[in-house]
Design a protein around this ligand. Structure first.
Ligand code: AMP
Ligand code: MG
Length: 504
């Protein structure tokens, strides 16, 4: 009988790693050990990510835990390495990049397939170029919390097991301290991993890499008469689904370079990301993105562009440009559109698809754009409103206050609510059921910048309670959780000017 996952590895020593990626030929990676981090201490641990690995809770509390996930002690079977890749950054070919501050330790076999363990910030590698191979506490906490929050929101993402901190100084704009975040994913192969071999005109390696991804992570694609074309179709579809989730939840990645795009369609490399607050489709969350290449509204078309860059790289395996284009368009566009429609219908409380839904969703975004309410708060408040309220009712302003008070133009909000209620009536919507369903589609809690920042400020003072609380809250983003009510609030005054950039 299969053991419950959390008892599979009662101790860290029991966590014996495989090394499938390390078995690829030497040109794919550089084997090297992490650089030890002095006096490491746990800053945050995700029990959900530990359970994915099959790691018992007591193993996470063991003093060795910080040593292992700082990179100071190797897990049995670990063959640490940094992988090579290239990519397009801000639309421009950047040449070779690679894991400049990430060490892949190996993988654990889980019921859901392999799960690779990667340390980010564990010291320099041959791909570090002029940088130090480290990550600061601030960005590590942000990546840790975001990974786990996105997973709980149902968005495809890499996971994060823990953040391990240290007093080791690291220089960015100011002096900060170093941390290591442990990430988990079936594979960390990127679009740029394929672009790398294509740019060098190395078709043998290109094929080996595609075979590796298919055999390890997408074995069903082997059944296809054209497995490489199937892989491209698979990643195009999944990328469309992923971006639809981003748009629906109001997530902005911030640096959608092709080296930050996962071949598995997972949200990867959390840096200057953001969640939409006052709605603005043109919002740019990354202050280093001067032209808004990665603004909220640009994300679907940038993902499409990135898929063409991947398709270009895979052409030797897949076929001529026209075939590649048809595969990408034929998978990405319908996946994006149908997933986005499905998610937005759910957010609006609509169970049944009807003609005109796409237009109504457009109108909803138009309303939000004109009035800029807080995106998360708007939909959550909408989830509480009753349906059948007479348009002529004098009670309407009072009943609708939680939503309409978020709008400067209340008349336009009222008109939109009339339309919304008409659409609910059209499908015979029943309030209690609909409101409950809407609360499962409209999170109360997302990782607001100011919430992350408040946890970071406490952590810098040596108080990791904020990280634990925010994680605890964001594990259940759809629940009310009165004890965390404060985390649902829009930014307080002190956070008005918070800026995030590529500095991490
Ligand atoms: P990013 O924009 O963070 O995805 O990083 C782009 C490239 O820069 C990747 O090759 C990273 O490994 C590398 N990189 C970023 N920060 C550092 C750092 N502090 N040390 C070494 N390499 C880094
Ligand atoms: Mg990156």
């Amino acid at each position: 009988m299969a053991q419950p996952p959390f008892t599979r590895y009662p101790t860290l020593e029991a966590l014996h790693l495989g090394s499938a990626f390390a078995q690829l030929p030497a040109q794919f990676h550089t084997r090297l050990a992490p650089t030890p981090l002095p006096e490491p201490h746990p800053v945050g641990i995700s029990p959900d990510a530990a359970a994915l690995l099959g790691l018992a809770p007591q193993a996470c509390e063991h003093p060795e835990f910080a040593q292992v996930f700082a990179g100071n002690r190797l897990l049995p079977g670990a063959e640490p390495l940094a992988a090579v890749y290239s990519g397009h950054q801000f639309g421009v070919w950047a040449g070779q990049l690679g894991d400049g501050r990430a060490h892949l330790l190996g993988e654990v076999e889980t019921d859901a397939g392999p799960l690779e363990i990667q340390l980010k910030g564990a010291g320099p590698t041959p791909y570090s170029r002029f940088a130090d191979g480290r990550a600061v506490l601030r960005s590590s906490i942000r990546e840790f919390l975001a990974s786990e929050a996105m997973a709980a929101l149902g968005v495809p993402t890499t996971r994060a097991l823990c953040v391990i901190g240290s007093d080791a100084p690291v220089q960015r704009e100011t002096w900060e301290t170093a941390a290591v975040v442990t990430r988990l994913a079936p594979s960390f192969v990127r679009f740029g991993s394929f672009e790398h071999w294509h740019a060098l005109d190395r078709q043998v390696e290109l094929r080996l890499l595609a075979d590796h991804v298919i055999d390890r992570c997408r074995p069903a694609l082997r059944e296809s008469s054209q497995p490489y074309a199937a892989l491209l179709g698979d990643v195009a579809r999944r990328t469309g689904e992923m971006v639809a989730h981003w748009q629906a939840v109001g997530f902005m990645h911030g640096v959608m370079n092709t080296d930050n795009m996962s071949i598995l369609g997972l949200t990867l490399d959390y840096g200057p990301f953001g969640f939409m607050e006052a709605f603005d489709a043109g919002h740019i969350c990354n202050h280093s993105d001067h032209y808004g290449r990665y603004s909220y509204r640009a994300q679907p078309r940038v993902a499409h562009w990135n898929l063409y860059a991947l398709g270009d790289a895979l052409m030797p395996l897949v076929g001529p440009p026209q075939a590649v284009r048809e595969i990408i368009d034929g998978h990405f566009i319908p996946a994006l559109e149908t997933t986005f429609l499905r998610l937005m219908r759910a957010k609006l409380g609509l169970r049944i698809a009807a003609d005109g839904d796409a237009e109504f969703i457009d109108q909803t975004f138009g309303l939000l754009q004109a009035n800029r309410p807080d995106y998360t708060t708007f939909f959550r408040a909408l989830s509480h409103l009753p349906g059948g309220v007479e348009t002529a009712s004098a009670e309407r302003p009072r009943i609708d206050a939680p939503v309409r008070d978020q709008f400067a133009d209340r008349a336009r909000c009222d008109a939109w609510l009339v339309q919304w209620r008409a659409r609910l009536a059209q499908e015979g919507s029943v309030d209690g059921d609909r409101q409950a369903a809407m609360r499962l589609a409209n999170p109360k809690y997302v990782l607001r910048n100011w919430v992350a920042e408040s946890a970071i400020r406490r952590a810098r003072e040596g108080d990791f309670g904020g990280v634990a609380e925010v994680l605890d809250c964001l594990r259940r983003p759809f629940e009310e959780q009165p004890e965390y009510e404060r985390y649902a609030a829009p930014p307080p005054d002190w956070a008005a000017g918070l800026a995030v950039s590529c500095s991490s």
